[in-house]
Structures are given as C-alpha cells and as structure tokens.
Design a protein around this ligand. Structure first.
Ligand code: CTP
Ligand code: MG
Length: 230
C-alpha cells in the first residue's frame, strides 16, 4: 500500500521550554525531527513526505534536510497557528495525481513509530478510509463535573496517537467541514468523527509517545538506543 505522509513540525514546543522549537532538540546527537523523518525515508511504502514547518525556520530546516540528502523526498509546506491549520496546509499541498493515495498525518515530535505499525495502519485506512494508532488507556480516568466525579469505563477508552491515515477526499472534506463550523480538534480523526464516518483503531505500542516536556527526553533516548540496536 503506497502512501504520502504529512509530518507536522510547525509548532513552538512551548511546554518543552528548550528556548527553540523542540523539533531541533538533539537525541543521541541527531535532531528530533530527523529521527521522525528517518522512519518514513526508510519505509518503501512511503512515497512523499510533506514537512510542515514554520516559515521562520525554513532555512534551518532546509539546511538540515540537505545535509542528509533527503531534499528529493521532502516537500516543504508552511504551517499555521494551530496544529489543525498546519495539517490542512499539508493537505492542500498534495497535488491531484497524489490524491488517490492514502495520506497519513503524523506529529514530528513522535519519533518512535515502527514500520510494521505504519503498514498495518496504511492497510486499515485502505479498507475503512480512516484509521489511527491508539493504545488502551492504562490509567483509571475520572470525569469531574463541579463536585460530581464519575469513573469512565476503562475498557472502552483508547489513547490516540499518530500517524492517523485517511482516504484523501475524506480527510480534506473533514477539514473543510471543521473550518466551516469553526471546530478545532486536537487530532485529525476527530474531524472525521464529526462527519459521522467510521474510523478503524489499529492497536499501537506504548512506546510511540509524543515528546512534550523535558521529562520525556531521557526516556526518549532510552527508547532510541533500544530501537537502534535492532
Ligand atoms: N504543530 C504544527 N503546527 C502548529 C502546532 C503544532 O505543525 N501550529 C506540530 C508540532 O510541531 C508537533 C505536533 O504538531 O510536532 C504536535 O503538537 P505539540 O506536541 O503540541 O507541539 P508544539 O505545539 O510544538 O508544542 P507546545 O504545544 O508545547 O507549544
Ligand atoms: Mg501544541
């Protein structure tokens, strides 16, 4: 199954507090975004990578990509203020001949996704038109409403990850509907849910975390060391 991927890297990384976009933080001597991109560069199913960036960081990103000689596989796209806008800009950058292929949307800050998961996800999206990687929630989750607290049924709860994979016309329509109704979701699948369309969950691994705060860095280096041994 061939697919294109939109990698989102246009955020600011405020919660990481690194004084720069967290995509440039080095893990085992390579920037975070490089670790993430490498997963797709290596995957023969992946056709093109649309890297969504902050225009102010274009020069820095381009230099980095050229130093890996990946410039022929990566197309730069300017992102927006919100993650959702950045994803939509990525979708608009995909030209017509590419639109019959599955498109994945992935967080640049999630470097641990494995090829077997990418393939399972691509296959699921081919069948169901929308699919995401997710893991069963391990915490007990409470909903607080004023003084009232209730416990949600954990057996039905999943923690959403990326990549999320779609039939192109479906995710494009979902984004356009979200814009029209001024809905801002925290992931792309939620926009498809809003259309009432079915979505497939592919069970991922607990390792596929997003790097958000400083505490994530030490753990990240441990996971990378283990992956690089394989
Ligand atoms: N992202 C993006 N465009 C935005 C906001 C986020 O492309 N306007 C990307 C980030 O670069 C990141 C992914 O979406 O790879 C997930 O977002 P998040 O973890 O929230 O990253 P940041 O927004 O950069 O971090 P923070 O929220 O702490 O500022
Ligand atoms: Mg953010």
């Amino acid at each position: 199954v061939k697919y294109n991927v939109i990698v989102l890297a246009a955020g600011q990384g405020k919660r990481m507090n690194a004084g720069k976009n967290k995509q440039f933080i080095e893990l085992l001597n390579e920037p975070l975004i490089i670790h993430t991109l490498k997963k797709f560069i290596k995957d023969s199913w992946c056709q093109n990578i649309y890297l969504v960036i902050n225009p102010n960081e274009q020069e820095q990103m381009e230099e980095l990509i050229v130093s890996y000689q990946w410039q022929d596989q990566i197309i730069f796209v300017h992102g927006g203020r919100e993650r959702q806008e950045s994803g939509y800009q990525g979708l608009l950058a995909i030209n017509e001949e590419q639109q019959d292929m599955i498109v994945m949307i992935h967080d640049g800050a999630r470097p641990f996704v494995e090829e077997s998961q990418l393939h399972e996800l691509a296959q699921a999206a081919k069948g169901k038109k929308a699919a995401l990687l997710a893991v069963p929630v391990t915490d007990t989750i409470k909903r607080k409403n004023g003084d009232k607290i209730e416990t949600l049924d954990r057996s039905t709860l999943w923690a959403a990850q990326t990549p999320q994979a779609f039939n192109y016309p479906l995710i494009k329509k979902a984004h356009e509907q979200a814009i029209a109704s001024e809905y801002l979701g925290t992931d792309d699948v939620s926009l498809v849910e809003a259309l009432g369309e079915p979505v497939d969950i592919v069970q991922g691994t607990y390792q596929n975390v997003k790097l958000t705060t400083q505490e994530d860095i030490v753990r990240a280096e441990m996971i990378l060391e283990r992956q690089e041994e394989k």
